[in-house]
Write a protein that binds this ligand. Structure first.
Ligand code: 39S
Ligand code: ZN
Length: 764
């Protein structure tokens, strides 16, 4: 019989209970016990829910108070020296210090947190493990076992989840002298062996070990490290059935490696690696179970059950039902929890969607169809067919005008009429900015007050006029503050925006947005990605009213702020019935219209953020060129419709540019601002090496912590930058938006930044 299974489940709770509990704990308003009780309730609710929905292999240890990679670091006792951890097991203070750093408050030292980065190509961020060549590991957290026991006591025999040793090491970074991370494998394996033995002793039958690294381009030495590692692991707990889970792509040339492992089962992603089933079936050894990732764990579309069943039947013919597990493509962590909470979505749209809870039903249904025959679920299958057909032909999805407009894009529309050098001259004449102009990335602190006003407005407690007046007051205060400290290029502060993607999604045609569709982005921070279900267009201006208001307040230029097409695409749930690049081009045209309207309203500088351009890079290098081509083209389509003397800015939230430098240059923005203060301007090396032709604002104020950088510190960063970039092409700005910061530190830091720029300016 095929087994209904799940690889991981959302843990924040239907009302973001985890976020709220963790944040009040950080403020010291509740005890550790209270936090742990909330966490326990959430775990129990998840186990119960999955059981009620017919899932047999239910995960444990997929829960986390912050991040599952950090949990693994705690399990392995790989706590960097600077946290001065001396305990036997990792305590909660050390755990959260690694996640958030120690701001130096209350007499404590100022300790930097672990770095945060993207979990593969998702919008989830994990904390990067740090290793030294002398790194030691030992079992320092019983969490995996405790959560397994906890479930068992609640009557659920779970399949616990661990991040595999190879993936874990590959996600980490080496400190000090460079060395091979895999040289640490022999030191981590004993801890894994101990954990497996503990699971075995506790009565676990299956264990899931996630090795998503197997869908990446791997060097031969890395690939060949899997076999001996898994030989040790499986020998250490022979009664335990190990399922190695791969996801987010195809195994491709790593398939044989995976199939040779001495394990009981292999999970493959058949949504993001749709073409690999036949190859997997031909390579899978005679006794190995196959877990079929048929239900998309990263998107919100209802599964086409006929298609999924035909894949399952294909597998069944070759390996029989007894070696099959039916599963989501990856953990459901990346999906919102429950479609039933969305009372405001209309019935038609809702019939096309499945959130995590609905995906449980799909998995159970597919399993039943296999085990008991399709006749037993005929009604459900018919309803599914009807939903698929309605989506395929709906007028809301297919807009002929959008189609013809996208088809009519010409090469001229992708190019500014003059070169950067000629544009720069015109822009200098018009804007009359000083050397090293100072500006910010766009957002100012989103205070409780701002969020509350929006919540009140959405709930109807205040009316439109009241809300708009409130936002205008915020804008005015922000503009006045910037004038006061002497910034050269102002922004309106984005008080009206809940999120840089959701805000635009709410106003574009072809997008739907949810009320409770939260997905964890990192730690306690969540996002509510909009749903792109149809052809995209812009019925009316989205930002012009606010920018016009702000510009009227000041003679200084106010920069218009937009989110770029690639970033809107990356941070939304995207339709799966046409290529991503087609959807991206439609969004680009909508943004292009907004750019034109801003220009017409007298805005002379427009920033189009592509925060997510780099993270959209495909996992396999061979797919990079195609992606970068349409991504850059979309940006150019959005940005090239302006006059030569209108200055186009863009912003990017990371500092590894070496490998995509060509693409960044081809975007041809007049000014680019980038993160860099944490990497101490290392990225300037790239700009020097490649001789970036346009203007750059390397971030000199690290906004990722509440720390206030001094004027001297920022001045020296600017001087450093002026060695790599000609002073006439250099800007002074923070390294990202200020929305997560508080006003007091922002006031002080920005004033220091302006002084730093003035100081260095005087030296030229
Ligand atoms: N992806 C997206 N989409 N956007 C991004 O900015 C990023 N940045 C990177 C990469 N991916 C991204 C990740 N960084 C937050 C901050 C940084 C992030 C991701 C998320 C963040 O702060 N999220 C907020 C949070 O988790 C939610 C932001 C939001 O949508 O708290 N706020 C809404 C608003 O402002 C809803 C606010 C809210 O919680 O309108 N309201 C309360 C409620 O609904 C009521 C308000 C109150 O009384 O306090 O209960
Ligand atoms: Zn940024």
């Amino acid at each position: 019989m095929a087994i209904a299974s799940v690889l991981g489940f959302p843990r924040i709770g239907s009302r973001r209970e985890l976020k709220k509990a963790v944040e009040v704990f950080w403020k010291g308003e509740v005890t550790e016990d209270q936090l742990q009780r909330t966490a326990q309730d959430l775990r129990h609710a998840n186990w119960r829910l999955q059981r009620e929905h017919g899932i047999e292999h239910i995960p444990a240890n997929d829960f986390s108070l912050y991040d599952q990679v950090l949990d693994t670091t705690a399990m392995l006792g790989a706590i960097p020296e600077r946290f001065s951890w001396r305990g036997n097991t990792v305590d909660l203070d050390t755990y959260f210090a690694m996640a958030r750093g120690n701001s130096g408050a209350a007499g404590e030292a100022d300790i930097a947190p672990l770095e945060m980065t993207k979990w593969f190509d998702t919008n989830y961020h994990y904390l990067v493990p740090e290793f030294t060549s002398a790194q030691n590991f030992r079992l320092a957290s019983q969490k995996p076992i405790e959560e397994f026991e906890e479930a068992k006591q609640a009557g659920v025999l779970t399949r616990p989840v661990l991040i595999g040793p190879l993936t874990y090491l590959l996600l980490g970074k080496c400190l000090g002298e460079p060395f091979d991370r895999l040289s640490l494998l022999d030191r981590v394996l004993p801890v894994y062996e101990q954990v497996l033995q503990a699971f075995s002793a506790a009565g676990a039958q299956w264990i899931q070990i996630d090795e998503p690294a197997l869908v990446l381009d791997l060097e031969e030495e890395v690939r060949s490290a899997f076999q001996p590692a898994y030989e040790r692991l499986s020998a250490s707990a022979p009664e335990l059935s190990i399922l190695v889970a791969t996801y987010f792509g195809e195994l491709a040339e790593n398939l044989e490696t995976a199939c040779r492992l001495p394990i009981a089962g292999l999970h493959v992603d058949l949504v993001h690696g749709a073409g690999q089933l036949e190859a997997v079936l031909s390579t899978l050894p005679g006794a190995m179970h196959l877990s079929l990732g048929l239900v998309d764990g990263r998107n919100i579309w209802r599964t086409d059950l006929d298609k999924a069943l035909s894949l399952a039947r294909q597998a069944e013919l070759r390996i029989g039902p007894d070696r099959m597990l039916i599963a989501p493509s990856c953990s459901l962590l990346h999906c919102p929890l429950d479609l039933d909470l969305e009372e405001t979505l209309d019935g038609e749209l809702r019939s096309w969607l499945a959130f995590a809870t609905q995906k449980l039903d799909e998995i159970a249904l597919l399993t039943r169809a296999l085990n008991e025959g399709e006749a037993t679920v005929a009604q459900e299958l018919a309803a599914n067919r009807e939903a698929m057909a309605s989506r395929g032909k709906s007028r809301r999805v297919h807009q002929p005008e959008v189609r013809s407009r996208t088809a009519a894009v010409t090469l001229e529309m992708l190019r500014r009429p003059l070169s950067y050098a000629e544009r720069a001259r015109l822009q200098r004449e018009k804007l009359k900015l000083p050397l090293l102009p100072t500006t910010t990335i766009g957002s100012f602190p989103q205070t409780r007050e701002v969020r509350r006003a929006r919540a009140d407005f959405k709930a109807g407690r205040i009316d439109t006029a009241e809300y708009e007046q409130f936002i205008q007051r915020q804008i005015e205060e922000t503009v006045r503050f910037q004038e006061e400290i002497g910034l050269d290029v102002l922004v309106h502060g984005e008080a009206e925006r809940n999120d840089m993607v959701e805000y635009f999604g709410e106003q574009l045609e072809g997008f739907a947005f949810t009320r409770h569709g939260w997905v964890q982005s990192y730690g306690s921070r969540c996002v509510k990605p909009p749903i792109i279900y149809g052809d995209v267009s812009r019925p009316r201006p989205m930002t012009v009213q606010w920018l016009k208001y702000a510009q009227a307040l000041s003679p200084k230029p106010v920069k218009g702020m937009l989110t770029g097409p690639v970033t809107i695409l990356q941070w939304s749930f995207v339709r799966n019935d046409q290529p991503y690049e087609t959807t991206c081009r439609q969004i680009a045209l909508a943004i292009r219209d907004e750019v034109a309207d801003l220009e017409a309203a007298g805005i002379s500088m427009i920033q189009i953020d592509e925060a997510a351009l780099r993270e959209g890079l495909p996992l396999r290098k061979r797919d990079w060129a195609a992606y970068l081509e349409w991504a850059v083209e979309s940006f150019r389509l959005a940005s090239s419709g302006v006059r030569n003397d209108t200055q186009i800015h863009t912003h990017m939230c990371y500092s590894e540019f070496h490998d995509i430098f060509q693409a960044i240059t081809e975007m041809d923005a007049d000014v680019i601002s980038i993160e860099s203060s944490r990497s101490r301007m290392e990225l300037l090396q790239s700009f020097e090496d490649f001789d970036y032709p346009n203007e750059i604002g390397p971030g000199i104020y690290d906004i990722h912590s509440p720390r206030v950088p001094s004027r001297e510190e920022m001045a020296s960063l600017l001087r450093l930058a002026s060695h790599a970039v000609k002073p006439e092409r250099l800007w002074a700005n923070p390294d990202c938006g200020l929305k997560t910061r508080g006003w007091p530190e922002v006031r002080e830091s920005l004033a220091n930044m302006v002084h730093a720029a003035q100081e260095v300016r005087a030296e030229f």
